[in-house]
Each structure stands twice: as structure tokens, then as C-alpha cells.
Design a protein around this ligand. Structure first.
Ligand code: CTP
Ligand code: MG
Length: 376
């Protein structure tokens, strides 16, 4: 009898990531998250069951090959694990339950979990210390209590169980974010062993960037730079960084002349190789003729997202004598970030010591740089 089976929960839709397809199928380096997770467990488990999102079973079968069982998952993670348990055919004593989203959890973590099971524990969970203090708060946002941080752990997967114990834990239709909770409810002892930062759960695009850096793979990172400048023009409202600036001179141009927004659009198009502002929204696209900088930014965000990119961060530096950016920097960041799905935006400003077009007070310019990652 082989000793250890594994279930990989991969049936989630990845709402928070927002790729438009299941998170388990997102690429990290040259493999999907699911393939990474599977690769780490193959040396440890003799039978592996993957719970797939409905409609993606065949695609996942093609990806993982015939040796792996693929079943349709449920509407919650716990339900998916129950369906995974039901699909196990071998009579293993132990089972590991792993999240596809923890793609970089290393094989040695699974081996440590299994070692603790072999040493007699019935439930074994990797966990890390907390660096932040945690507060227990009420519905109005007031602190009720402060748990002792030294006794708290952030837990990860793979979690390992005696198979009979896990089956008993899942005998009810209870739902929980990890299997450990259900085993605790049985009154069984759950052992915590040291986890690892590599077992991070990839939930958002910035987690994917972090995972890529752990992988040492920079091939999916792409940078872009964009520049825009407009001359001041009398009788025009000033629009800059998605904001209206009352009592400031506006700039010439067909559009609202928001140089910060336009520079960011071009930087994003540059990074994703999708043309530039002119080719995307130029004179042959009359529907964008009077579009605001904010609208163009939102549309750019939609286009690069559809092309399979997510933004890691954006910086824009505004160059000019006026307006003074500092007092409204927070508002500018918020306005730009909102157009870009809440991405990290930094807004800087400088003058040019009286030199050049902006220094002579003839207009405003902006330079933007972005870092994007390809999910595809
Ligand atoms: N999972 C699952 N079945 C579900 C929900 C989640 O198998 N019904 C899996 C996910 O595929 C993931 C793991 O459980 O590998 C942890 O869940 P989570 O990180 O929350 O992933 P998603 O549910 O896909 O993401 P989101 O909550 O953002 O939609
Ligand atoms: Mg979820």
C-alpha cells in the first residue's frame, strides 16, 4: 500500500485576481500555477486528484496527463476537497490537501508534512509567524482585543492528514477556508510545522509579481515609458492627472490635454506592444475625439487587460512651473489609480530650473513609466 495521496484544490474562479479565467490556469514562468503545484507533489504522492473548475476539466486533463485524476470541483473550497476525497481510489493512509494557488510551495515542504504524519501526528499544517500585530475588531471598526502575536500563525498548504481523520472532518457539509479547521472541530490534535514564504497564496496580480521574483524569472515583466507635452492656451480649463484644476491656465489640444493621463496610456501601450495613443485613439477613431484623459486611461486599462497583462505599478512625473502638485498629490493618485483598476500609482512633480518649454512657463509635460506582467 502506498502511503500518501494528494488532492489539489484548483476549482476556484480567481475573482480577486480578475484574469477572466480560472486562477489555476494563470502562467507563472513557463508553467501554469496548477502545473507548479502538481510538480511539487509528484515526488511525494502516489495518487493525485485535481478538482477542476466546471468546464475546464478537459483542458486540465490535457495539461496534466493520464496519470492524474481530474474531477469537477464544487462551489466552495471545502466542497471541492470533499469531491476530491470521494475520487481517491487507492487506500493510502495519508493525504495531502494543497491549493493550486500556492504554486511555489516546495517539495520539501510536502516532505516535512509527510514526515510529521509518519511520526504519528494525524493533522499537520505549515505555518509562519506574523510580523504585524493583529486586532480583533467589531462591526463599527473598534478594537475588541489584541491577540498575543507570538501565539498566532499564518497557515499554508499542503496540509497533511490521516485519511480517515480527514474523511471524518469532511463528513458534514461544513465550509472552511482550510481543512485544519474541520479537523480541529473533531477535537483532534493539529500540529503546526514551519512553513515557507515560497508557499505564498497567489491571490492578486501583485502576488504573481512576487512569485515571479521568487522564481527569479523576469521574462514576463515588461516595462514601458511614455511622454506627453501640451502648450498653455488661454480660455481653457486645466485637466491634469484626472483632476480639474480651477484658476489654472489650461492647455491647447483637441482633448482635455491631460498630459499625465496621456503619458501613462503611452507607457502602458509601449510595455504591452499595443501601439500608442495615436494608433489606439487617433483621428480615425472619432468616438474618442473629445474623450477625457481619464476615459482614455480606463479604455487603455481595458485593452491591456484583454490582451492578458496586469499592471504591477505606474509612476508619472509632471514637469512644469504650475500647478503645484503637492497639495493635491493624494487626490491625483486616487483619480489615476481608479482608472487603472486600483493599481499602485506614484505621482511626482518637478520644475526644470527655468529652462526649456516647461521652465519658460509655456506648457506642461509628463513622463510615465510602468511595469506590467503578462499572465497569458
Ligand atoms: N478552490 C476550489 N474550489 C472552490 C474555490 C476554491 O478548489 N470552489 C481552490 C482554488 O482553486 C485555490 C484554493 O482553493 O487553489 C484557494 O482558494 P482561493 O485562493 O480563494 O482561490 P479562488 O477561489 O479561485 O480565488 P477568489 O477567492 O479570488 O475567487
Ligand atoms: Mg476563494
Amino acid at each position: 500500500m502506498s502511503q500518501c495521496a494528494a488532492i489539489i484544490a484548483a476549482a476556484g474562479s480567481g475573482e480577486r485576481f480578475g484574469a477572466g479565467f480560472p486562477k489555476a490556469l494563470i502562467s507563472l514562468g513557463n508553467k501554469t500555477l496548477l502545473e507548479h503545484a502538481l510538480g511539487a507533489l509528484l515526488p511525494v504522492a502516489s495518487e493525485i486528484v485535481i478538482t477542476a473548475p466546471a468546464g475546464y476539466e478537459d483542458q486540465i486533463r490535457a495539461l496534466v496527463g493520464n496519470e492524474i485524476t481530474v474531477v469537477t470541483g464544487g462551489s466552495t473550497r471545502s466542497e471541492s476537497v470533499r469531491l476530491g476525497i470521494a475520487a481517491l481510489t487507492s487506500n493510502c493512509e495519508f493525504v495531502l490537501v494543497h491549493d493550486a494557488a500556492r504554486a511555489l510551495a516546495p517539495t520539501h515542504l510536502a516532505q516535512s508534512v509527510l514526515a510529521a504524519l509518519l511520526a504519528g501526528d494525524v493533522a499537520v499544517i505549515p505555518g509562519l509567524d506574523l510580523v504585524d500585530t493583529v486586532k480583533n475588531v467589531d462591526a463599527d471598526g473598534f478594537v475588541i482585543s489584541t491577540p498575543d502575536r507570538s501565539r498566532l500563525r499564518r497557515v499554508q498548504t499542503p496540509q497533511g492528514f490521516n485519511l480517515e481523520v480527514l474523511k471524518a472532518a469532511h463528513a458534514t457539509a461544513a465550509d472552511a477556508t482550510d481543512d485544519g479547521v474541520l479537523v480541529e472541530a473533531l477535537g483532534k490534535k493539529v500540529r503546526i510545522i514551519p512553513g515557507t514564504e515560497r508557499a505564498i497564496k497567489i491571490t492578486t496580480p501583485s502576488d504573481l509579481s512576487f512569485a515571479l521574483s521568487l522564481l527569479g524569472d523576469t521574462s514576463q515583466f515588461r516595462t514601458g515609458v511614455g511622454v506627453d507635452a501640451h502648450a498653455f492656451g488661454q480660455g481653457r480649463d486645466l485637466w491634469l492627472a484626472g483632476l480639474n484644476w480651477p484658476n489654472e491656465t489650461g492647455v491647447e489640444g483637441h482633448s482635455d490635454g491631460d498630459v499625465a493621463a496621456h503619458a501613462i496610456c503611452d507607457a502602458l501601450f509601449a510595455a504591452t506592444d499595443l501601439g500608442d495613443l495615436g494608433s489606439n485613439f487617433g483621428t480615425d477613431r472619432p468616438e474618442y475625439k473629445d474623450a477625457t484623459g481619464a476615459t482614455l486611461l480606463q479604455e487603455t486599462f481595458t485593452r491591456i487587460t484583454q490582451a492578458g497583462y496586469s499592471i504591477s505599478n505606474v509612476t508619472v512625473q509632471i514637469i512644469g512651473n504650475r500647478p503645484k502638485i503637492g497639495p493635491r498629490r493624494g487626490e491625483a493618485i486616487e483619480a489615476l489609480s481608479k482608472c487603472l483598476g486600483g493599481t499602485d500609482v506614484a505621482v511626482l512633480a518637478t520644475t526644470t530650473d527655468g529652462m526649456g518649454m516647461t521652465g519658460e512657463g509655456k506648457g506642461i509635460a509628463a513622463i510615465a513609466s510602468v511595469l506590467v506582467t503578462r499572465q497569458g
